[in-house]
Write a protein that binds this ligand. Sequence first.
Ligand code: PMT
Length: 403
Amino acid sequence: MAHLFNRNVLLGVSGGIAAYKSAELVRQLLEQGATVRVIMTRGAQEFITPLTLQALSGNPVHTELLDAEAELGMSHIELARWADLLLIAPATADLLARLAGGRADDLLTTVALATAAPLLLAPAMNQQMWRDKATAANVATLRARGCALVGPASGEQACGDIGPGRMEEPAVIAATAASLFETGLLAGKRVVITAGPTREALDPVRFISNHSSGKMGYALARAAADAGARTTLVSGPVTLPAPDHVRVLQVESASQMLEQSLQLLPECDIFIGCAAVADYRPAAVAVQKIKKGPEEISLQLVRNPDIVAAVAASENRPFTVGFAAETQDLLAHARDKMARKGLDMIVANDVSDRSIGFNSDDNAATVLWADGEQVLALAGKAALARQIIELIAGRLVTADKCN
Ligand code: PMT
């Protein structure tokens, strides 16, 4: 399971024998879904080459603070801002001392000062150095500032001593890094959300679509990510920026949205169908632009597949939530849709009111499930999305208790 999905991990490697393990650590972080960039101190480069970590991480390795060329590529301040987590492994006694002292005498310590990201340290040193009062004081200072530590482990050391000071295993470090992000109502859950309109092509330049702006779906994605979920948006064409920590997969038509959604199902615990999917598409797409001709022409349409119903009917189905966009008999139509499509929950919104629903900043809804409902009063879409995510999390807890 990719617990560091969409997270930027900046790995600092300092100069100790355990530096060779950073190659495996990069691999473990990537396996957890992280994007990894590496900073190496001069000492680290005596133990493992930047080329090795560049090849494994897929990104250039950063080594120098005062390097005009490197600063042009990604400056130390950009690196500091890029990171969601600064992980230093191994963190030598000298590195801990420099961090505790607030030094900025190389690229790694400078970035450590310049970043707002959490700092996770994996100390590695001789057991006597670890036990030394100076190191203990430095560790206490760093802990008091909110730095997290993983390890050191105890055991036989490279120098032959036995005791605490071995760097933790890369798998343990990567799991600890992931656990720092495992907070919130949907921690560890994988959420897929469809958003925006679909476009059904008539010819190379024309299509059938609707007024969905994607605002509701994107707000849900932001709320799910804020609740700790690894969140993917399957988005029709909209002009909104990707929310932080949300993977956005762009599609155009209902068929593409269906295909993309089904592909994501093996890694999906919660599916929310918020997209305004076109129910019909032209039976044929003209290869050339349709020419103006007679006064009247008719268009033959065929039914599109129902995405949310297909998800709900799949094997090992996720908790499946749909929306109902209605202009009359809101609750009756919504309950009917929930039953017909086999959904666990449905969010009914009245789209006859232009101030809510399609392309508005606000919305109001009634959320329905098998044995309950909750009215959500008029609010901004961000606030409404947070309430919907809370309701989903609550239903999941109830479902878990019943299983
Ligand atoms: O994007 P915004 O401008 O912010 O507007 C938000 C919204 C009004 C689009 C949103 O709140 C909303 O109501 N989305 C659902 C729109 C819709 O298509 O509703 P429906 O009642 O036609 O469909 C019911 C459910 O089936 C929906 O979950 C829909 O995504 C799904 N569906 C519909 C047709 C289809 N072929 N496949 C589907 O999955």
